[in-house]
Design a protein around this ligand. Structure first.
Ligand SMILES: [Ca+2]
Length: 115
């Protein structure tokens, strides 16, 4: 059975669209799976997408969001510093809840630890 040139073109065109749809579904499934497995990564990704330079030019909405993204001890000189997120007023916001948290501040070329 010989297909006409027009029919073969249609099949090829729809095949390409189906392939793109299949790839989009696979990408969505991967993102959803990773989001479930690594929620901290999704917070960091969301922040990275909002701020491509990852230099913390904007404050986090809460310390929980900062911690979920792996940021602690945000110094008062940073644009990400929010006075309301510095409970003890020592110039470091979003400190670990109990000494020696796992995260470090990486914005503005500074790193700090402790409270
Ligand atoms: Ca503090």
């Amino acid at each position: 059975m010989a297909l006409s040139l027009k029919t073969r073109f249609r099949i090829r065109r729809w095949g390409g669209r189906l392939l793109l749809l299949y790839l989009a579904i696979c990408a969505a499934a991967i993102v959803i799976s990773l989001n479930g497995l690594y929620p901290a990564a999704s917070h960091r990704l969301a922040y990275a997408l909002r701020d491509p330079a990852m230099d913390l030019t904007q404050p986090f909405t809460s310390c929980a969001a900062a911690h979920a993204a792996g940021f602690y001890n945000i110094p008062s000189g940073s644009k990400a510093y929010v006075e309301g997120q510095d409970r003890d007023g020592d110039g470091l916001a979003c400190e670990p809840y109990s000494g020696g948290g796992p995260g470090t501040f990486v914005g503005a070329g500074r790193a700090s630890s402790g409270g």
